[in-house]
Design a protein around this ligand. Structure first.
Ligand code: NAP
Length: 519
């Protein structure tokens, strides 16, 4: 299998400079969230540093180089509103183009020299008496008044603990850590998982491998893909008339919000979607037995809706077998299933998703009372006011935090809304002279209860499936259970009254009126 083609470097990435002793703001990560934050802070002239564990920017679009990777949200919307790209080649962009877009945007906005590559954040500790964060990285320690966590919910691969996996004699890797140096040609390959990643790379590798055994635990809903090439004429129009691209972006946005109504209300419209999915399956899969095994038994939208025209056809090729038996054990040269079959394989590829609800970064962040985010969230589930602020963690802002995930549109919309909010929080801190802002516990509790109440009605909670959107206790801790414009509206301004603001130690008290406790 030829290696997946990563994006051609669009901009030179500077070598890391020295780590400052102290900054106003430390940003973690350089995906859409971290870069968006860096661009915002640079524009506002805020002293900051960006910590990135890898050697390049791009987040998930740098990491996921598996063959066939592309975004399932249209490109015109899946980009920063302030940095339109008239050059997208297809309506749904391939990974390489998005990565290149992020690198180029970072370079054009002059944020790269603030990035410290190869700096993994190992620990974030709030020092209450000094009113700042101690940031311990793999290459040194600094302090920061404020931290923006843009580490990304889909950054830590989840690999199931299958008995015997450590004794497997062949190669194993996760889809987000694709071994581009490993030649799959002529190999017997096991793919575990049938989510958004697997349905993209299975058709891409199938023609090259000797045999592909696909282990499906739950059948996904797969809908026809409408991707097409964007013509040179369209691109020329977008280049010369930026308003035309903004119009298309707006149309995509509002059509997605219209669709969100069905998901949010778990409405009858989903039955139409179900018919589209069933028809797609019937048209593409002739064998009734295989079709039955590929038919989902829950409402469409409960798990992420997948788009593909080549997934089902690839499963019917003579070198592919779909296995729905439970995996019991991994043997040195095979995957052993509950029906007693040994499926001999050379390589196992995990398309098994990410550690979202149990993201390990939460274990590294220690707040005012000495507890980690993971400990606090372990008691009642992951929660953050406006998906951004957590009581006990002053001056910490989460980007793409709990319940800002999206099942119907672009996450970039949510990230930009959060950046507006955080930017305003920094303004309020400057204007009031507050050294710290911390969301009030009653506000967070009320927020969390409201989000859970709202989520209960949605297809993500009540669509009859188990998914990474829900935590172990069945709480939706990932998805924004509403239209995105409501989130955009509520994050337009920093609502200081919902926060405790404190003055710098040994300074006069902060003048701002911050006593009213609101919902
Ligand atoms: P995923 O959607 O979480 O899918 C993981 C798959 O692995 C599921 O089929 C799951 O089965 C299976 N699995 C997990 N543990 C297993 C086990 N122990 N035994 C057997 N099967 C197991 O992961 P993903 O495909 O990487 O996608 C994650 C998210 O990334 C998506 O939801 C999406 O938000 C994002 N993504 C986006 C794009 C894009 O186009 N924009 C592309 C790829 C990914 P069950 O269903 O039974 O749990």
């Amino acid at each position: 299998m030829p290696p997946a083609a990563p994006a051609t470097p669009a901009a030179p990435v500077p070598t890391p400079g020295a780590l400052p002793d102290h900054v106003r703001v430390a940003v973690v990560g350089t995906g859409f969230a971290g870069l968006g934050a860096a661009i915002t802070l640079t524009r506002d002239g805020v002293d900051h540093v960006v910590l990135e564990r890898a050697s390049d920017v791009g987040g998930t679009w740098r990491d996921n180089v598996y063959p066939g990777c592309r975004c399932d949200v249209p490109s015109h919307l899946y980009s920063f509103s302030f940095a339109p790209n008239p050059e997208w080649s297809e309506t749904y962009s391939p990974q390489g183009e998005i990565w290149e877009y992020l690198r180029r945007t970072a370079a054009e906005h002059g944020v790269l020299d603030r990035v410290r590559f190869g700096h993994e954040v190992l620990e974030l500790v709030w020092e209450d008496e000094r009113q700042r964060w101690r940031v311990v990285t793999s290459r040194g320690t600094l302090t920061a008044d404020v931290v923006l966590l843009g580490n990304g919910p889909l950054a830590e691969p989840a690999i199931p603990e299958l008995p015997g996996l450590d004794r497997f004699a062949g190669t194993t890797f996760h889809s987000a850590r694709w071994r581009t140096d490993h030649d799959l040609r002529g190999e017997r390959v096991a793919v575990i998982g049938t989510g958004a990643s697997a349905i993209q790379f299975v058709p891409a590798i199938q023609p090259d491998v000797a045999h592909l055994t696909l282990f499906q635990r739950t059948a996904p809903w797969v809908l026809p893909h409408t991707n097409r090439r964007i013509t040179p004429l369209e691109r020329a129009v977008y280049r010369r008339v930026p308003a035309a691209q903004r119009l298309v972006r707006g149309l995509v946005y509002w059509s997605r919000e219209l669709f969100a109504t069905a998901l949010v209300r778990n409405s009858r419209f989903l039955e139409r979607l179900e018919r589209i999915g069933r028809r797609h399956l019937e048209r593409q899969v002739a064998d009734p037995d295989l079709r039955a095994r590929l038919t989902p038994d829950y409402r469409p939208g409960c798990k992420r809706l997948l788009l593909s025209n080549d997934y089902y056809p690839s499963l019917q090729q003579p070198n592919v077998e779909v296995v729905t038996e439970k995996i019991v054990e991994v043997l040195p040269h095979a995957v052993f299933t509950a029906d007693g079959t040994e499926h001999e394989v050379d390589t196992i590829i995990f398309g098994t998703g990410f550690r979202v609800a149990d993201n390990p970064v939460a274990e590294r962040v220690r707040g005012r009372e000495g507890r980690t985010l993971a400990e606090v969230w372990g008691d009642g589930g992951a929660r953050a006011y406006n998906g951004t602020a957590v009581t006990g963690f002053p001056n910490l802002f989460l980007l793409a935090g709990p319940n800002t995930g999206i099942g119907h549109t672009s996450l970039v919309v949510m990230i930009e809304a959060q950046l507006t909010y955080i930017r305003d929080a920094l303004r309020v801190m400057d204007e009031t002279g507050a050294a710290t802002v911390e969301v009030r516990p009653t506000v967070l509790a009320a927020w969390s209860a409201r989000v859970q109440r709202r989520a209960a009605r949605t297809v993500w909670n009540s669509g009859g499936c188990a998914s990474w959107y829900l935590d172990r206790d069945g709480r939706n801790v990932t998805i924004w259970p509403d239209h995105t414009f409501r989130f955009v509206r509520r994050t337009r301004r920093f609502d200081a009254a919902r926060y405790e603001l404190t003055a710098p130690v040994e300074q006069p008290p902060v003048a701002a009126a911050t006593t009213g406790v609101v919902d």
